[in-house]
Design a protein around this ligand. Structure first.
Ligand code: NAG
Ligand code: NAG
Ligand code: NAG
Length: 504
């Protein structure tokens, strides 16, 4: 069956198996045609985030929509709360450019329009709006029992070339200003339809090389993590309400190849930080990011891709970023250096290191500086549990490459997080006074185009680059106006820039 073409797929023969109380599905990792940067719904006037170019891997879930069922795949997103799919009539889809299928409402006998032109979602990237009709239909999620009358956006005006399934709080829906107010989200309907007992799920993105991760709605897979699973109270959004997956990040440090640990966050750090599977990179507050970037010898390619650049050879280096949550009695998740080395964007012809220039899969939220998001480059190292009914997240260190094992404990109704060994109570808020930015040097250019690599201050266990040897007189301090030609792969990241906008 070819879901890429949005082909009709045969209905699963209805067998009446009692629900096991959970729904486990594979997440398939795939690079879309068009990149996703920050998959976070921008609630008008509340905040903004900066973009950093990235290699845009999506974590996809298979769905069917309609009667007879039409198959397509959508990106899983913890940073938004609506399900929307591209309409087959959208110009991109007509040209065959909808990456993972589309939906033709006129071929579904169960489709109903809720509000014509009633759907419009804008994500954190300016201009990233998808809009169209607001409707309802029967859906199945990767072979689940059918969910009838699920409200969905059917977008005919597309920025993204594929749909999104947001699994956030219903109170954070983009469409809740529609005629019916907050509507039953997919998470609500999974409970209402008896597929799961509690609005809760667990996420395992798996390591960067793995092609498959998984999500368990209504359960926890105890084979997917090592050590303790520690529960953390979800922190309120800036408007004081718990409606997104913010946890208290209480420390960040780096342990180098010699085993020496450098704290990067100040004493008393306690920052409400969003866990967001829809954002590729990890965006930290200015102070912490600056310390890390200088340690890695990153340079900011302000005049080119807008990315922070590091030698690709760092993926062979040694070192670990430790993220601590919940304060005393909390949990620390370790992210190996290799996991924050993004794709190559400059060849050695353009970047003065024999391994070429790669993107650092981290950044800041720019001018706003006080806001942080732990995206995929963090989440791949964690097993993350979200309980929307009790406003709790739980984190453990991911046990990587365990895609095929499974031992699931079901969330019963009630409040306990099954298998969690402790609860760490520290609270966090978003910084209101922005720490002065630690300046990450702008990329310097030698000759007409060669970007000079920076000098790491951490011991990363790799021999330092060939640096300036043989590269003629350098014109340091070159401004953003230089026109170094990106390597061919830079076409993947053609988006420059990092204008952080804060809109409180
Ligand atoms: C989705 O369906 C396609 C086609 O049937 C299949 O190849 C793919 O593995 C499925 N993906 C997931 C995430 O189950
Ligand atoms: C969607 O909303 C945005 C922001 O309000 C607006 O600029 C845009 O025109 C809308 N798009 C459509 C197709 O309605
Ligand atoms: C990592 O090390 C291997 C083995 O020495 C080498 O072949 C590879 O090119 C290195 N990768 C990078 C990105 O430098």
């Amino acid at each position: 069956m070819n879901f890429l073409a949005g082909a009709m797929i045969a209905a699963l023969v209805g067998s009446c198996i009692a629900s096991p109380g959970y729904l486990k599905l594979d997440l398939h990792k795939q690079a879309p045609l068009a990149n996703r940067l920050v998959r976070r719904q921008s609630s008008a006037g509340s905040f903004d985030a900066v973009l950093t170019p990235n290699q845009g891997l999506e974590y996809l879930v298979n769905l069917t929509v309609g009667t007879p069922p039409q198959g397509l795949a959508v990106t899983l997103d913890t940073g938004s709360s609506d399900l929307w799919i591209p309409a087959a009539s959208a110009p991109f889809c007509k040209k065959g450019q909808c990456d993972f299928g589309s939906f033709d409402p006129s071929s579904s006998s169960t489709y109903q329009v809720v509000e014509q032109a009633g759907f419009n979602i804008t994500y954190a990237y300016p201009g990233d709006t998808d809009a169209g009709d607001w409707g309802s239909d029967t859906i199945t999620i990767d072979g689940s029992a059918p969910i009838d009358n699920q409200q969905i956006g059917v977008a005919s005006v597309l920025f993204d070339h594929h749909g999104v399934m947001g699994v956030g709080y219903d109170t954070n829906e983009a469409h809740n200003d529609g005629p019916s107010g907050v509507y039953q989200s997919v998470m609500d309907n999974l409970v209402k339809s008896g597929i799961i007992d509690r609005k809760a799920f667990s996420l395992y993105l798996n390591n960067p090389e793995a092609s498959t991760g998984s999500i368990v709605f209504g359960g926890i897979d105890t084979t997917k993590y090592t050590g303790d699973l520690v529960a953390l109270p979800l922190q309120p959004s800036p408007d004081g309400v718990v409606k997104e997956y913010y946890v208290a990040l209480t420390g960040v440090s780096f342990t180098d190849s010699t085993g020496k640990t450098a704290p990067l966050s100040p004493q008393g750090y306690s920052q409400a930080t969003l866990l967001d599977a829809g954002t590729t990179n990890t965006l930290l507050t200015n102070d912490v990011f600056g310390a890390l970037a200088l340690g890695f010898g990153a340079v900011w390619d302000a005049g080119g891709t807008g990315a922070y650049l590091i030698p690709c050879s760092l993926s062979n280096g040694t070192g670990t970023i430790s993220y601590s949550f919940g304060g005393e009695g909390g949990i620390t998740i370790q992210v190996p250096l290799a996991n924050i080395v993004g794709g190559q964007i400059y060849t050695p012809d353009d970047f003065d290191d024999p391994s070429g220039g790669c993107m650092l899969s981290m950044g800041t939220t720019g001018e706003s500086g006080g806001f942080s998001i732990l995206g995929d480059s963090f989440l791949r190292s964690a097993y993350a549990v979200f309980d929307l009914e009790n406003h709790v997240a739980a984190l453990a260190q991911a046990d990587e490459n365990k895609a095929s094992t499974s031992s699931i404990v079901v969330f019963p109704t009630g409040t306990a997080v099954p298998s969690a060994t402790a609860t760490a109570m520290a609270t966090g808020t978003q910084l209101t006074t922005i720490k002065p930015e630690t300046q990450v040097p702008e990329a310097s250019i030698s000759g007409s185009s060669l970007i000079l690599a920076g000098t790491p201050t951490f011991n990363l266990g790799i021999s330092s680059s060939t640096a300036i040897a043989g590269s003629g007189p350098s014109s340091l301090g070159s401004s953003g106006a230089c026109n170094h030609a990106p390597a061919p792969t830079a076409a993947l990241v053609g988006l420059g820039l990092a204008a952080g906008i804060m809109g409180l």
